[in-house]
Design a protein around this ligand. Structure first.
Ligand SMILES: Cc1cc2nc3c(=O)[nH]c(=O)nc-3n(C[C@H](O)[C@H](O)[C@H](O)COP(=O)(O)OP(=O)(O)OC[C@H]3O[C@@H](n4cnc5c(N)ncnc54)[C@H](O)[C@@H]3O)c2cc1C
Length: 268
């Protein structure tokens, strides 16, 4: 089946065209969409592209960094202010994938993919849409992801991390140094006595999910052995991990608490 490509200079025009055509997909780096085209996926017949420079900007805005949705993993790795996200970006695919794969596309990637999205969930990012789409917290976006498929993500607003040790990330793979993730874990450590610690898992549910019970066990910010063990024992509460070619649901349930404990204690 032939696929039409429509290219727009303005993001708002592109957003209008996407909203008007349910058989259209927004095309970013194409690392997943080209695969779908090569497999003759019948669910879309139109690709919508936008050359708007807003999709490529990275700028500071108060306590946040606004990252254009078409920024690639390589561009994230190269940006000084985004150094805390570099280990996440570096773990995504090989060099060719990282030069094309975008942060916006990662928000819609399906299991076993989605490491950057897992990091963004732990960080408490905000998703901004083109046109009249407004913005939503990433928690809300992920809990209703299908609802947002007809909109174009313009940018992601990421809270700045001044203390690099406050953000931790682990991708657990069978193949070293890389490979698809069995699970990945991202943690934003709250300030002792005040801040909330946010823990996000990938591949433990159909979309990246916060481990709310484990977070609750860490309230107050102490990361001593006893609190961390209590939090780890609650890691799989509310999780319904898949069984796939990489691991069974049982295996994922067994290893998730072990890895979470190591991440929280800084022993990875
Ligand atoms: C060999 C290989 C290895 C990979 N390894 C990893 C890995 O280790 N970790 C990982 O997380 N992922 C991995 N991926 C998956 C993928 O490369 C990434 O998730 C990437 O970030 C997807 O971005 P993209 O720009 O290529 O998306 P595209 O293929 O262009 O689009 C994917 C989906 O997102 C939608 N979309 C894209 N941008 C927007 C936007 N701005 N607004 C609205 N919708 C949008 C598209 O319409 C489409 O539905 C891998 C892929 C391949 C082929």
């Amino acid at each position: 089946m032939p696929v039409r490509v429509e290219t727009y200079a303005g993001l708002d025009e592109a957003a209008g065209a996407l909203a008007a055509n349910s058989a259209a997909r927004f095309f970013a780096g194409g690392t997943l969409l080209m695969r779908a085209i090569n497999e003759a996926n019948p669910s879309f017949d139109t690709l919508i592209r936008a050359t708007d420079p807003a999709l490529k900007e990275i700028r500071l805005e108060g306590d946040a960094i606004v990252v254009g949705a078409a920024c690639t993993m390589n561009e994230i790795m190269a940006h000084r202010e985004l150094a805390f996200l570099a280990p996440v970006a570096r773990g995504i695919g090989g060099p060719a994938v990282r030069s094309a794969a975008t942060i916006g596309g990662n928000l819609f990637a399906w299991s076993p993919f989605g490491e950057m999205t897992t990091a963004l969930l732990a960080l408490g990012a905000t998703i901004r849409f083109a046109g009249h789409g407004g913005q939503v917290a990433i928690d809300e976006f992920l809990s209703n992801r299908d609802r947002y498929r007809g909109q174009i993500v313009r940018s992601v607003s990421v809270p700045r991390i001044s203390d690099p040790s406050a953000f931790r990330f682990l991708k657990v793979t069978r193949v070293k140094p890389k490979g698809a993730a069995l699970i990945s874990i991202a943690v934003r450590i709250g300030r002792p006595g005040s801040g909330e610690t946010r823990i996000a898992f990938n591949n433990m549910n159909p979309v990246p999910t916060r481990a709310l019970a484990a977070e609750q066990a860490l309230q107050g910010g102490s990361l001593d052995e006893a609190s961390v063990s209590r939090a780890a024992s609650l890691a799989t509460d509310g999780m319904n991990p898949p069984t796939d070619a990489l691991a069974s649901d049982w295996y994922r349930r067994e290893v998730a608490p072990v890895h979470l404990k190591r991440v929280l204690l800084g022993r990875t």
